[in-house]
Design a protein around this ligand. Structure first.
Ligand SMILES: NC(=O)c1ccc[n+]([C@@H]2O[C@H](COP(=O)([O-])OP(=O)(O)OC[C@H]3O[C@@H](n4cnc5c(N)ncnc54)[C@H](O)[C@@H]3O)[C@@H](O)[C@H]2O)c1
Length: 266
């Protein structure tokens, strides 16, 4: 378990899915956190965590990551409450599937606004505090999708997630001399509301079979649990990862490795 004692973290998309897993791992590791989400249900998720971890220090902030002023306000509220901001977890993201020739510019721009500009805004809101403190860490939710693999219908999503790898690399180089580390996760699949929705879009008659089929193609035989992704975010945000910056960390149960489904001894 990572040591995040005395660290203050801002986590976007924290009401559900991986964001909830990240928030859980951070609280478990001793961090004080600000859980940011578009949905007011973020307060219910925070209450669950407060019950599970008595003494935990958690605030919530309802904001749209696509709105820079709202993200600046979220970062300011975090610093006002906890006195500092050590780690930003840029997790909020969206995914809508559509055949490329039918994908509207609105769907494309939705991915650009939330996934790319949302991460951009979160970094711009957090970095000034990290510069003042002389230290910081940023963890960005990219994906294996876009940079390594893709399925049909994911053009806007894949494009936006690959862009985050470029952002990670540039910010890592730009801020290394200022003692701010920037890394991204490249997750395969975890069972979250997002993936359940993608399963419905892929197979409306039998979405469960779409999820079972994902697991069948993963050498570990299952999807990731949100807490497993949370533990990676906690490690990358902690001082244990002090020499890791500009990295893309694949967390996919080896899903992207097999060359075939038919050749080999297993
Ligand atoms: N689940 C997966 O298998 C998977 C795989 C690779 C990468 N990812 C990435 O991980 C991140 C989290 O995915 P998830 O599966 O937990 O998604 P999810 O849809 O299950 O949860 C996303 C959370 O983000 C919030 N959110 C959405 N738009 C927002 C906005 N504009 N501003 C603030 N909050 C917003 C939602 O309200 C929700 O609470 C995303 O960036 C996603 O692309 C997920």
């Amino acid at each position: 378990m990572a040591n995040l004692k005395d660290k203050v973290a801002l986590i976007t998309g924290a009401a559900a899915g991986l964001g909830e897993g990240i928030a859980t791992a951070y609280v478990k590791s001793g961090a004080k956190i600000c859980m940011v989400d578009l949905s007011k249900s973020v307060e219910d998720t925070a209450n669950k965590l407060r019950e599970q971890y008595p003494g935990s220090e958690i605030i919530t902030f309802v904001a749209n990551v696509a709105d820079k002023e709202q993200m600046k306000a979220a970062a300011a509220a975090t610093v006002e409450k906890f006195g500092r901001l050590d780690i930003a977890c840029c997790n909020a993201g969206v995914c809508r599937l559509a055949p490329f020739e039918e994908m509207t510019d609105e769907i494309r721009d939705f991915h650009i606004d939330v996934n790319i500009k949302g991460t951009w805004n979160t970094c711009q809101a957090a970095i000034p505090y990290m510069l003042k403190q002389g230290k910081g860490a940023i963890v960005i939710a990219s994906s294996v999708t876009g940079d390594i693999v893709a399925d049909g219908g994911e053009a806007a999503y894949a494009m936006s997630k690959a862009a985050l790898v470029g952002l990670t690399r540039c910010l890592a180089v730009e801020y290394a001399p200022k003692n701010i580390r920037v890394n991204c996760s490249q997750l395969g699949y975890a069972r979250t509301p997002m993936v359940e929705k993608m399963a419905v879009e892929s197979n409306p008659e039998d979405p469960e079979s779409a999820i079972t089929a994902i697991a069948r193609n993963v050498p570990m035989g299952r999807l990731a649990k949100p807490i497993e992704v949370g533990e990676l975010f906690a490690f990358l945000g902690s001082d244990d990862a002090s020499y890791i910056t500009g990295s893309q960390v694949v967390i996919d149960g080896a899903a992207t490795l097999p060359e075939t489904n038919s050749i080999g001894t297993n």
